[in-house]
Every structure is written in structure tokens, then in C-alpha cells.
Design a protein around this ligand. Sequence first.
Ligand code: DP6
Length: 341
Amino acid sequence: MHTENISWRCPSNIAIVKYWGKKENQIPCNPSLSMTLSKSFTEVNLALSEKKSDEEIELEYFFEHRKNEAFESRIKKYLSAQKHHFSFLNKAAIRIDSSNSFPHSAGIASSASAFGAIALALFDAEKSADKHSPEFLQNVSSLARLGSGSACRSMFGAYAEWGKHPNIPNSSDFFAIPIHDVHENFQQMHDAILIVDETTKKVSSSEGHSLMNGHPFAENRFIQANERTLRLVKILQTGDFEEFIHIAESEALTLHAMMMTSANYYILMKPATLSIIEKVISFRNNKQIPVCFTLDAGPNVHLLYPETSRESVEDFIKNELIADYKNVIWDKIGTGPEKVN
Ligand code: DP6
């Protein structure tokens, strides 16, 4: 067997309605909806060669040219649980080389793009998978979810929803679905990621999710996320910016409120996070320019704005927010994963 190489690039995504809280088997406690990015991505090369040992899974994992034992054993466990999907695991040794488009120190969570790219490469390597069937991306999304919940939404361009909702046709807890008929107002969105702190998180997302078990506000939070996900699907189709801004910002603050009100409470926002948030709100109120903030599970701020307000928002970021951030990643809405030749 000569070595076969398969490479995929998978983007990261930013949630507008947040996934926060999960059950067994990576089933979310509430539906979520995200925008797929374009410049923040992970590229994975999967190399298959002849197996040399009788190990169940012969795998080596390299992140940016360095062997990463911790991630290697995480992927081994993940593959071992999914081995019925992959007949090549019996015959082939696997080497995965992964790298990110963004610096490791940027403080951006890379699990969504990394697990997205790994799931794509694995399914692509499986000869029996029909890559042109409509189920292909659904299966990949489902496999990516088992690696990291938010990864399942990165399979589709523009906007994706994940989590069963009675009024969203085809929605599922197992995989994400793309949002169709998006209004032109939301088709050219930008996401300026303002890096205010580059250190790794003190509380991992997994620990954070688990703090939603028995959280005093959990039940209402999940009801709220259900309502907002459905509303946001409609907003994306009707083009209502004001409503979009309201949901995006309230979701960011609600996510952090959940952290601050859990049994083992913690705060991930930094003084600069709050400074940016306050300046964004007053800039929008004074200038009547559509721009809003959102946060993921960390201190960095994502500013979302349409192409039509790009110049004024980017001037504002460069002139008025400069003291609050260390770095900016000028990202925007993207078209989803790509196979790399
Ligand atoms: C705050 O997908 O990183 O970014 O499933 O444990 O890997 P695991 O969690 P992860 O959680 C993401 C949480 C979030 C919100 C979101 O992306 O919806």
C-alpha cells in the first residue's frame, strides 16, 4: 500500500444563539445557530499507509509539526468509538497533520475547525461513503459533533442551526443543517475578532457545559434559546438588523451570566472586554450604524457588521478601540469547508 494523502480545510464558526449545556453523547440541551467564518480555519492532512502493528488504531497526531500526545489520545478514543464507520482502520496506519490559520496564542477556540477538518478527512478516506449524497455532510457533521459540539455547525457555509426544534424542519440534535433563503442584509457579514487576552481559558468549555447541570436558571435558559433560535431563523430571512443585534448581544451576555451564576462561578471577561462592549453600544447609538458584539467562552470580542457599514466600523475599531485589544483578526462570513489538493 503506498501512502494516500487526503487534505481538508474547515472553518471555525461564531455562535449567535449559544450552545451551552449538553447531555450524554454530545446531545445539546438547546438549539444553537452560528455564522461560519472564512479566515479562521484548520487544515488537516490525513496520511494512510500500511499498518505496522496490531494496535486497534495506529495513529500519530502532529499539530503544527509537533507531536501532540494529548490530542493524539483524544482522537484515538474518538476513533475507537466510531470504528464501525471506518473499514480502513483495520488495514491502515494513520498520520494526522493539523495546522491553524490563526496563531495559537490568539486565544481562539480551535476545536470546532479541528474536529470539523478531521471528520471530513476521515469520511473522505472511507471508500464506501458516497461523497455526493446529501447525507455525506450530515454524516460528517454528526461525527464532528462527537469530537466537539460546535464543530458540527462548521460543515455548512453562511449560517447553520444545530439542535432539534419542533418548528424548524429537518433540525436534529445529531447534526447541523444549513439555513436557506438568507436575506441579502446578512449575506456579507464581517466578524472582526478583537483579541484582548491570549492566555488559555481557566475553565474549559466542557467544564462550563457541565455546570449547566443543576444550574438554577437552566430550565428558563433552554426555553429562551429555543425561542431565540426560531426567531433568528426568521430574522435571517427577513433581514431585520435591529432584532439580530438584540439577540446576538443578549446571547453573549446570557452565556457569561450563566458562567457567573453557576455553582462554581467564574468570570472570563476582562476589563477590556467590558470597555469594548460599552464603546460599541454608544457608537451604535450615536451613529446609528449597525454593528454588534458577541462573545464565545472567553474574553475576546467578536464585532459583527454588514459590508455596508464596513468602512465606518473598521475606522472605529482602529481609532477608538485600539487601546483595548492586542490584535485583530479581520474575518468574515464563509462558504464552508474545502478539499485541498
Ligand atoms: C460558548 O463546542 O467548544 O462557543 O462540545 O465540549 O467541545 P464541546 O464544547 P464547544 O462549546 C462551544 C460553546 C460556545 C457556544 C457555541 O459555540 O455555541
